[in-house]
Design a protein around this ligand. Structure first.
Ligand code: NAP
Length: 405
Protein backbone atom coordinates (compact mmCIF):
# COMPACT_ATOMS: atom_id res chain seq x y z
CA UNK A 1 0.00 0.00 0.00
CA UNK A 2 1.32 3.44 -0.91
CA UNK A 3 1.76 6.22 1.64
CA UNK A 4 -0.38 9.30 1.47
CA UNK A 5 -3.78 10.00 2.94
CA UNK A 6 -7.41 10.23 1.94
CA UNK A 7 -9.03 13.30 0.52
CA UNK A 8 -11.85 14.23 2.89
CA UNK A 9 -14.94 16.38 2.97
CA UNK A 10 -15.19 18.70 5.96
CA UNK A 11 -18.28 20.89 6.35
CA UNK A 12 -19.03 20.48 2.66
CA UNK A 13 -15.52 21.51 1.59
CA UNK A 14 -12.94 19.29 -0.04
CA UNK A 15 -9.76 18.91 2.02
CA UNK A 16 -6.84 17.73 -0.11
CA UNK A 17 -3.70 16.71 1.83
CA UNK A 18 -0.21 17.27 0.39
CA UNK A 19 -0.01 13.56 -0.49
CA UNK A 20 -3.55 12.63 -1.53
CA UNK A 21 -4.33 9.06 -2.49
CA UNK A 22 -5.85 8.91 -5.98
CA UNK A 23 -6.91 5.71 -7.74
CA UNK A 24 -5.51 4.91 -11.16
CA UNK A 25 -7.50 2.68 -13.50
CA UNK A 26 -5.61 2.00 -16.72
CA UNK A 27 -8.63 1.04 -18.83
CA UNK A 28 -8.79 -1.00 -22.03
CA UNK A 29 -7.25 -0.73 -25.51
CA UNK A 30 -4.86 2.24 -25.55
CA UNK A 31 -5.82 2.96 -21.92
CA UNK A 32 -2.74 1.56 -20.14
CA UNK A 33 -0.17 3.39 -22.29
CA UNK A 34 -1.94 6.76 -22.32
CA UNK A 35 -2.76 6.66 -18.60
CA UNK A 36 0.74 5.71 -17.53
CA UNK A 37 2.27 8.42 -19.70
CA UNK A 38 -0.24 11.08 -18.59
CA UNK A 39 0.63 10.31 -14.98
CA UNK A 40 4.31 10.94 -15.70
CA UNK A 41 3.41 14.47 -16.80
CA UNK A 42 1.03 15.11 -13.88
CA UNK A 43 3.69 13.95 -11.38
CA UNK A 44 6.30 16.18 -13.02
CA UNK A 45 3.96 19.19 -12.88
CA UNK A 46 3.11 18.64 -9.20
CA UNK A 47 6.76 18.14 -8.26
CA UNK A 48 7.81 21.30 -10.11
CA UNK A 49 4.91 23.49 -8.94
CA UNK A 50 5.35 22.62 -5.25
CA UNK A 51 9.11 21.93 -5.16
CA UNK A 52 8.54 18.33 -4.12
CA UNK A 53 6.31 19.26 -1.15
CA UNK A 54 3.24 17.74 -2.74
CA UNK A 55 2.86 14.38 -4.43
CA UNK A 56 -0.06 12.30 -5.58
CA UNK A 57 0.04 8.75 -4.21
CA UNK A 58 -1.48 6.61 -6.94
CA UNK A 59 -3.10 3.29 -6.17
CA UNK A 60 -3.67 1.17 -9.24
CA UNK A 61 -6.99 -0.70 -9.19
CA UNK A 62 -8.20 -3.43 -11.56
CA UNK A 63 -11.13 -2.66 -13.85
CA UNK A 64 -12.18 -3.63 -17.39
CA UNK A 65 -10.70 -6.29 -19.69
CA UNK A 66 -7.63 -7.03 -17.57
CA UNK A 67 -9.70 -7.37 -14.39
CA UNK A 68 -12.02 -9.77 -16.24
CA UNK A 69 -9.02 -11.83 -17.34
CA UNK A 70 -7.26 -11.86 -13.96
CA UNK A 71 -10.18 -11.91 -11.55
CA UNK A 72 -13.20 -12.92 -13.62
CA UNK A 73 -14.91 -9.61 -12.86
CA UNK A 74 -14.72 -6.36 -14.88
CA UNK A 75 -15.57 -4.25 -11.84
CA UNK A 76 -14.30 -6.23 -8.84
CA UNK A 77 -15.51 -5.70 -5.28
CA UNK A 78 -12.01 -4.52 -4.27
CA UNK A 79 -12.20 -1.67 -6.81
CA UNK A 80 -15.72 -0.73 -5.72
CA UNK A 81 -14.53 -0.58 -2.10
CA UNK A 82 -11.46 1.47 -3.05
CA UNK A 83 -13.68 3.96 -4.88
CA UNK A 84 -15.97 4.27 -1.88
CA UNK A 85 -12.94 4.81 0.37
CA UNK A 86 -10.77 7.16 -1.71
CA UNK A 87 -13.44 8.85 -3.88
CA UNK A 88 -11.11 10.10 -6.67
CA UNK A 89 -9.82 8.30 -9.74
CA UNK A 90 -7.94 9.02 -12.97
CA UNK A 91 -9.24 6.56 -15.50
CA UNK A 92 -8.36 5.30 -18.97
CA UNK A 93 -11.21 4.51 -21.37
CA UNK A 94 -13.22 1.31 -20.93
CA UNK A 95 -14.88 -0.90 -23.51
CA UNK A 96 -18.68 -0.85 -23.60
CA UNK A 97 -20.44 -3.26 -26.01
CA UNK A 98 -23.28 -1.85 -28.12
CA UNK A 99 -26.81 -3.32 -27.95
CA UNK A 100 -25.85 -6.26 -25.73
CA UNK A 101 -23.55 -7.41 -22.94
CA UNK A 102 -22.63 -5.80 -19.65
CA UNK A 103 -23.75 -2.38 -18.50
CA UNK A 104 -21.29 0.51 -18.92
CA UNK A 105 -18.73 0.51 -16.11
CA UNK A 106 -18.44 4.26 -16.54
CA UNK A 107 -22.12 4.65 -15.73
CA UNK A 108 -21.79 2.30 -12.75
CA UNK A 109 -18.93 4.35 -11.32
CA UNK A 110 -20.87 7.58 -11.75
CA UNK A 111 -23.86 6.12 -9.95
CA UNK A 112 -21.70 4.56 -7.21
CA UNK A 113 -20.16 7.91 -6.19
CA UNK A 114 -23.15 9.99 -7.26
CA UNK A 115 -20.97 11.91 -9.71
CA UNK A 116 -23.82 13.97 -11.01
CA UNK A 117 -21.90 16.44 -13.16
CA UNK A 118 -19.96 15.63 -16.28
CA UNK A 119 -17.87 18.67 -17.06
CA UNK A 120 -16.11 19.12 -20.40
CA UNK A 121 -14.20 22.27 -21.20
CA UNK A 122 -13.90 22.67 -24.97
CA UNK A 123 -11.38 25.32 -25.86
CA UNK A 124 -9.39 25.63 -29.04
CA UNK A 125 -5.64 24.99 -28.71
CA UNK A 126 -3.69 27.04 -31.19
CA UNK A 127 -2.10 24.87 -33.90
CA UNK A 128 -4.69 22.06 -34.11
CA UNK A 129 -6.25 21.59 -37.52
CA UNK A 130 -9.93 22.48 -37.08
CA UNK A 131 -12.84 22.23 -39.54
CA UNK A 132 -13.90 25.78 -38.56
CA UNK A 133 -12.56 28.99 -40.10
CA UNK A 134 -12.28 30.72 -36.72
CA UNK A 135 -11.78 27.94 -34.19
CA UNK A 136 -10.24 30.39 -31.73
CA UNK A 137 -13.82 31.49 -31.01
CA UNK A 138 -14.54 28.17 -29.31
CA UNK A 139 -14.36 28.37 -25.55
CA UNK A 140 -17.21 26.45 -23.95
CA UNK A 141 -17.64 24.54 -20.72
CA UNK A 142 -20.34 21.92 -20.90
CA UNK A 143 -22.10 20.78 -17.71
CA UNK A 144 -23.94 17.58 -18.48
CA UNK A 145 -26.26 15.99 -15.91
CA UNK A 146 -24.76 12.57 -15.30
CA UNK A 147 -27.13 10.39 -13.30
CA UNK A 148 -30.64 10.85 -14.69
CA UNK A 149 -32.47 10.67 -18.02
CA UNK A 150 -32.29 7.68 -20.39
CA UNK A 151 -28.92 6.69 -18.89
CA UNK A 152 -30.62 5.20 -15.84
CA UNK A 153 -30.82 2.09 -18.02
CA UNK A 154 -34.51 1.36 -17.42
CA UNK A 155 -35.37 -0.40 -20.66
CA UNK A 156 -36.80 -3.65 -21.94
CA UNK A 157 -36.18 -5.63 -25.08
CA UNK A 158 -39.17 -5.63 -27.46
CA UNK A 159 -40.12 -9.26 -26.94
CA UNK A 160 -39.47 -9.49 -23.19
CA UNK A 161 -42.14 -10.28 -20.61
CA UNK A 162 -41.34 -6.93 -18.93
CA UNK A 163 -42.11 -5.05 -22.16
CA UNK A 164 -45.40 -6.97 -22.38
CA UNK A 165 -46.19 -5.96 -18.79
CA UNK A 166 -45.50 -2.29 -19.47
CA UNK A 167 -47.56 -2.38 -22.68
CA UNK A 168 -50.46 -3.91 -20.76
CA UNK A 169 -50.13 -1.43 -17.91
CA UNK A 170 -50.26 1.51 -20.31
CA UNK A 171 -53.15 0.04 -22.29
CA UNK A 172 -55.25 -0.89 -19.23
CA UNK A 173 -54.66 2.29 -17.26
CA UNK A 174 -54.01 5.09 -19.73
CA UNK A 175 -55.43 3.71 -22.96
CA UNK A 176 -52.04 4.07 -24.64
CA UNK A 177 -51.32 1.42 -27.28
CA UNK A 178 -47.63 0.79 -27.96
CA UNK A 179 -46.57 -1.25 -30.98
CA UNK A 180 -46.17 -4.91 -29.98
CA UNK A 181 -42.67 -4.97 -31.49
CA UNK A 182 -41.41 -1.84 -29.70
CA UNK A 183 -38.52 -1.95 -27.26
CA UNK A 184 -39.33 0.33 -24.33
CA UNK A 185 -37.14 2.77 -22.39
CA UNK A 186 -38.05 5.11 -19.55
CA UNK A 187 -36.79 8.69 -19.42
CA UNK A 188 -36.88 9.96 -15.84
CA UNK A 189 -35.87 13.57 -15.19
CA UNK A 190 -35.99 14.73 -11.60
CA UNK A 191 -36.33 18.18 -10.07
CA UNK A 192 -33.72 17.64 -7.35
CA UNK A 193 -31.22 16.12 -9.81
CA UNK A 194 -31.75 18.99 -12.23
CA UNK A 195 -31.43 21.61 -9.52
CA UNK A 196 -28.10 20.34 -8.23
CA UNK A 197 -26.43 20.32 -11.67
CA UNK A 198 -27.92 23.75 -12.38
CA UNK A 199 -26.54 25.02 -9.07
CA UNK A 200 -23.06 23.70 -9.92
CA UNK A 201 -23.04 25.23 -13.42
CA UNK A 202 -24.36 28.60 -12.28
CA UNK A 203 -21.85 28.73 -9.42
CA UNK A 204 -19.08 27.90 -11.87
CA UNK A 205 -20.19 30.68 -14.22
CA UNK A 206 -20.13 33.21 -11.37
CA UNK A 207 -16.78 32.05 -9.92
CA UNK A 208 -15.10 32.05 -13.33
CA UNK A 209 -16.70 35.29 -14.57
CA UNK A 210 -18.22 33.64 -17.64
CA UNK A 211 -20.34 35.57 -20.14
CA UNK A 212 -23.41 33.38 -20.44
CA UNK A 213 -25.10 30.15 -19.44
CA UNK A 214 -27.30 28.39 -21.99
CA UNK A 215 -29.81 25.75 -20.88
CA UNK A 216 -30.00 23.09 -23.60
CA UNK A 217 -33.20 21.06 -23.92
CA UNK A 218 -35.75 19.50 -26.24
CA UNK A 219 -38.63 20.80 -24.13
CA UNK A 220 -40.83 21.61 -27.11
CA UNK A 221 -41.30 17.86 -27.64
CA UNK A 222 -40.56 16.31 -24.23
CA UNK A 223 -42.44 18.85 -22.16
CA UNK A 224 -42.50 17.17 -18.76
CA UNK A 225 -38.90 16.00 -18.79
CA UNK A 226 -36.73 18.36 -20.85
CA UNK A 227 -39.25 21.19 -20.67
CA UNK A 228 -39.28 20.80 -16.91
CA UNK A 229 -35.46 20.73 -16.91
CA UNK A 230 -35.52 24.18 -18.50
CA UNK A 231 -38.00 25.55 -15.95
CA UNK A 232 -36.16 24.10 -12.96
CA UNK A 233 -32.83 25.56 -14.14
CA UNK A 234 -34.36 29.03 -14.47
CA UNK A 235 -35.89 28.51 -11.03
CA UNK A 236 -32.51 27.86 -9.40
CA UNK A 237 -31.08 31.02 -10.99
CA UNK A 238 -34.07 33.06 -9.84
CA UNK A 239 -34.28 31.67 -6.32
CA UNK A 240 -30.64 31.16 -5.40
CA UNK A 241 -28.56 33.48 -7.55
CA UNK A 242 -30.78 36.54 -7.92
CA UNK A 243 -28.64 39.47 -8.92
CA UNK A 244 -26.02 37.44 -10.79
CA UNK A 245 -27.98 36.57 -13.94
CA UNK A 246 -30.27 38.29 -16.43
CA UNK A 247 -32.51 36.35 -18.76
CA UNK A 248 -32.70 37.10 -22.46
CA UNK A 249 -36.09 38.80 -21.95
CA UNK A 250 -34.65 41.03 -19.25
CA UNK A 251 -31.60 41.81 -21.37
CA UNK A 252 -33.90 42.81 -24.26
CA UNK A 253 -35.38 45.56 -22.11
CA UNK A 254 -31.84 46.77 -21.33
CA UNK A 255 -30.68 47.24 -24.89
CA UNK A 256 -30.08 43.58 -25.74
CA UNK A 257 -26.98 42.83 -23.68
CA UNK A 258 -26.38 41.72 -20.13
CA UNK A 259 -25.34 44.73 -18.04
CA UNK A 260 -21.77 44.78 -16.70
CA UNK A 261 -21.26 42.34 -13.87
CA UNK A 262 -24.23 40.16 -14.85
CA UNK A 263 -24.26 36.89 -16.73
CA UNK A 264 -26.73 36.21 -19.52
CA UNK A 265 -28.96 33.18 -18.88
CA UNK A 266 -30.81 31.84 -21.91
CA UNK A 267 -32.06 28.54 -23.29
CA UNK A 268 -31.93 26.87 -26.68
CA UNK A 269 -33.64 23.88 -28.24
CA UNK A 270 -31.14 21.05 -28.79
CA UNK A 271 -31.33 20.75 -32.59
CA UNK A 272 -30.90 24.49 -33.04
CA UNK A 273 -27.84 24.37 -30.82
CA UNK A 274 -26.19 21.76 -32.98
CA UNK A 275 -26.22 24.08 -35.98
CA UNK A 276 -25.40 27.20 -33.98
CA UNK A 277 -22.29 25.80 -32.29
CA UNK A 278 -20.94 25.43 -35.84
CA UNK A 279 -22.19 28.68 -37.37
CA UNK A 280 -21.66 30.93 -34.35
CA UNK A 281 -19.65 29.11 -31.69
CA UNK A 282 -18.88 32.33 -29.82
CA UNK A 283 -22.57 32.56 -28.85
CA UNK A 284 -21.99 29.68 -26.44
CA UNK A 285 -20.04 29.86 -23.22
CA UNK A 286 -21.29 27.69 -20.33
CA UNK A 287 -23.78 25.05 -21.51
CA UNK A 288 -26.11 23.32 -19.04
CA UNK A 289 -27.64 20.14 -20.45
CA UNK A 290 -29.55 17.00 -19.50
CA UNK A 291 -27.68 13.71 -19.80
CA UNK A 292 -28.37 12.62 -23.39
CA UNK A 293 -28.28 16.10 -24.98
CA UNK A 294 -25.09 16.80 -23.04
CA UNK A 295 -23.46 13.62 -24.29
CA UNK A 296 -24.15 14.51 -27.92
CA UNK A 297 -23.22 18.19 -27.74
CA UNK A 298 -19.96 17.44 -25.89
CA UNK A 299 -18.58 15.39 -28.76
CA UNK A 300 -19.95 17.75 -31.41
CA UNK A 301 -18.32 20.72 -29.68
CA UNK A 302 -15.14 18.70 -29.27
CA UNK A 303 -15.03 17.94 -32.98
CA UNK A 304 -15.05 21.67 -33.73
CA UNK A 305 -11.66 22.16 -32.16
CA UNK A 306 -10.39 19.49 -34.53
CA UNK A 307 -9.67 16.48 -32.37
CA UNK A 308 -11.65 14.95 -29.50
CA UNK A 309 -8.49 13.01 -28.66
CA UNK A 310 -7.18 16.11 -26.89
CA UNK A 311 -10.17 16.65 -24.62
CA UNK A 312 -10.52 15.64 -21.00
CA UNK A 313 -13.62 15.40 -18.90
CA UNK A 314 -14.47 15.33 -15.21
CA UNK A 315 -17.26 13.44 -13.51
CA UNK A 316 -17.78 15.24 -10.24
CA UNK A 317 -20.18 14.98 -7.32
CA UNK A 318 -20.30 16.66 -3.93
CA UNK A 319 -17.57 14.29 -2.75
CA UNK A 320 -15.70 12.41 -5.44
CA UNK A 321 -14.51 12.52 -9.00
CA UNK A 322 -13.61 10.26 -11.88
CA UNK A 323 -11.46 12.08 -14.43
CA UNK A 324 -11.12 10.63 -17.91
CA UNK A 325 -10.44 11.35 -21.56
CA UNK A 326 -13.42 12.08 -23.79
CA UNK A 327 -12.35 9.52 -26.41
CA UNK A 328 -12.64 5.74 -26.14
CA UNK A 329 -10.30 2.73 -26.21
CA UNK A 330 -9.22 3.08 -29.89
CA UNK A 331 -8.38 -0.68 -29.90
CA UNK A 332 -6.60 -0.64 -33.26
CA UNK A 333 -3.84 1.48 -31.73
CA UNK A 334 -3.46 -0.52 -28.50
CA UNK A 335 0.11 -1.36 -27.53
CA UNK A 336 1.63 0.40 -30.56
CA UNK A 337 3.04 3.50 -28.86
CA UNK A 338 1.12 5.77 -31.26
CA UNK A 339 -1.92 6.93 -29.23
CA UNK A 340 -2.22 10.48 -27.99
CA UNK A 341 -2.20 10.68 -24.18
CA UNK A 342 -3.50 14.28 -24.14
CA UNK A 343 -7.12 13.36 -23.36
CA UNK A 344 -6.23 11.67 -20.05
CA UNK A 345 -3.67 14.36 -19.38
CA UNK A 346 -6.27 17.12 -19.83
CA UNK A 347 -8.51 15.12 -17.48
CA UNK A 348 -5.62 15.14 -15.01
CA UNK A 349 -5.37 18.91 -15.43
CA UNK A 350 -9.06 19.16 -14.47
CA UNK A 351 -8.40 16.99 -11.45
CA UNK A 352 -5.55 19.23 -10.31
CA UNK A 353 -7.82 22.28 -10.72
CA UNK A 354 -10.56 20.51 -8.73
CA UNK A 355 -8.03 19.92 -5.93
CA UNK A 356 -7.14 23.61 -6.00
CA UNK A 357 -3.66 22.75 -7.32
CA UNK A 358 -3.95 25.35 -10.02
CA UNK A 359 -0.19 26.00 -10.35
CA UNK A 360 0.40 22.36 -11.37
CA UNK A 361 -2.60 22.47 -13.70
CA UNK A 362 -1.14 25.57 -15.38
CA UNK A 363 2.16 23.74 -15.98
CA UNK A 364 0.32 20.88 -17.71
CA UNK A 365 -1.60 23.37 -19.85
CA UNK A 366 1.61 25.20 -20.78
CA UNK A 367 3.47 22.00 -21.72
CA UNK A 368 0.63 20.77 -23.95
CA UNK A 369 0.21 24.14 -25.67
CA UNK A 370 3.93 24.39 -26.42
CA UNK A 371 4.08 20.82 -27.81
CA UNK A 372 1.27 21.64 -30.23
CA UNK A 373 2.78 25.00 -31.15
CA UNK A 374 6.12 23.27 -31.89
CA UNK A 375 4.32 20.51 -33.82
CA UNK A 376 5.89 17.83 -31.63
CA UNK A 377 2.81 15.68 -31.57
CA UNK A 378 1.47 12.15 -31.95
CA UNK A 379 0.18 10.72 -35.22
CA UNK A 380 -3.46 11.83 -34.83
CA UNK A 381 -2.32 15.46 -35.08
CA UNK A 382 0.93 15.08 -36.99
CA UNK A 383 -0.88 13.67 -40.04
CA UNK A 384 -2.84 16.92 -40.41
CA UNK A 385 0.17 19.13 -39.69
CA UNK A 386 2.36 17.43 -42.28
CA UNK A 387 5.06 16.59 -39.74
CA UNK A 388 6.63 13.34 -38.59
CA UNK A 389 4.74 11.86 -35.63
CA UNK A 390 6.18 11.19 -32.21
CA UNK A 391 5.39 8.01 -30.33
CA UNK A 392 3.28 8.18 -27.16
CA UNK A 393 6.36 7.86 -24.99
CA UNK A 394 8.51 10.34 -26.91
CA UNK A 395 5.68 12.88 -26.96
CA UNK A 396 5.38 12.47 -23.19
CA UNK A 397 9.15 12.77 -22.66
CA UNK A 398 9.00 16.19 -24.32
CA UNK A 399 6.17 17.32 -22.04
CA UNK A 400 8.01 16.16 -18.94
CA UNK A 401 11.16 17.95 -20.12
CA UNK A 402 9.23 21.16 -20.86
CA UNK A 403 7.87 21.14 -17.32
CA UNK A 404 11.25 20.38 -15.76
CA UNK A 405 12.99 23.21 -17.66
P1 NAP B 1 -12.67 5.81 -29.89
O1 NAP B 1 -12.10 4.72 -29.08
O2 NAP B 1 -12.64 7.18 -29.30
O3 NAP B 1 -11.92 5.80 -31.28
C1 NAP B 1 -12.40 6.44 -32.44
C2 NAP B 1 -11.25 7.00 -33.25
O4 NAP B 1 -10.78 8.18 -32.61
C3 NAP B 1 -10.02 6.13 -33.39
O5 NAP B 1 -10.16 5.17 -34.38
C4 NAP B 1 -8.98 7.19 -33.70
O6 NAP B 1 -9.22 7.77 -34.99
C5 NAP B 1 -9.36 8.29 -32.77
N1 NAP B 1 -8.76 8.28 -31.43
C6 NAP B 1 -9.44 8.23 -30.26
N2 NAP B 1 -8.60 8.36 -29.24
C7 NAP B 1 -7.37 8.51 -29.75
C8 NAP B 1 -6.09 8.71 -29.16
N3 NAP B 1 -5.92 8.83 -27.83
N4 NAP B 1 -5.02 8.80 -29.97
C9 NAP B 1 -5.17 8.71 -31.30
N5 NAP B 1 -6.37 8.55 -31.92
C10 NAP B 1 -7.46 8.44 -31.14
O7 NAP B 1 -14.22 5.50 -30.24
P2 NAP B 1 -14.98 4.14 -30.57
O8 NAP B 1 -14.17 3.37 -31.56
O9 NAP B 1 -16.36 4.54 -30.88
O10 NAP B 1 -15.05 3.35 -29.19
C11 NAP B 1 -14.21 2.24 -28.86
C12 NAP B 1 -14.60 1.75 -27.46
O11 NAP B 1 -14.36 2.79 -26.51
C13 NAP B 1 -16.08 1.34 -27.33
O12 NAP B 1 -16.15 0.14 -26.58
C14 NAP B 1 -16.69 2.48 -26.52
O13 NAP B 1 -17.78 2.07 -25.74
C15 NAP B 1 -15.51 2.88 -25.65
N6 NAP B 1 -15.60 4.26 -25.12
C16 NAP B 1 -15.27 4.43 -23.82
C17 NAP B 1 -15.30 5.69 -23.25
C18 NAP B 1 -14.96 5.82 -21.80
O14 NAP B 1 -14.43 4.91 -21.20
N7 NAP B 1 -15.21 6.97 -21.20
C19 NAP B 1 -15.65 6.81 -24.04
C20 NAP B 1 -15.95 6.61 -25.40
C21 NAP B 1 -15.92 5.32 -25.93
P3 NAP B 1 -8.54 7.39 -36.39
O15 NAP B 1 -9.08 6.05 -36.73
O16 NAP B 1 -9.05 8.48 -37.27
O17 NAP B 1 -7.06 7.43 -36.23
Amino acid sequence: MAGGSRITLVNGRLVVPDSPIVLEADGDGIGPEITTNAIRVIDAAVARAYSGNRKIEWIKVPVGDQAEKDLGDRFPESTINALKEYRFMLKGPLTTPVGKGFRSLNVRMRLLLDLYANIRPVKYINGIDSPLRNPEKIDMVIFRENTDDLYTGIEWQYESKEADMVRKLLKDNLNIALDPDAGIGIKPMGKAKTERIARMALRYAIANKRRSVTIMHKGNIMKYTEGAFREWCYGVARNEFAGSFVTEEEAATLGGNAPAGKILLNDRIADNMFQQIITRPDSYDVVLAPNLDGDYISDAAGALIGNIGVLGGANIGDFGGVFEAVHGTAPKYAGKNVANPMGVLKAGELMLTHFGWTEAAALVEMAVASAIRDKKVTNDMARFMGVAPLGTKEFTDNLVNAIAR
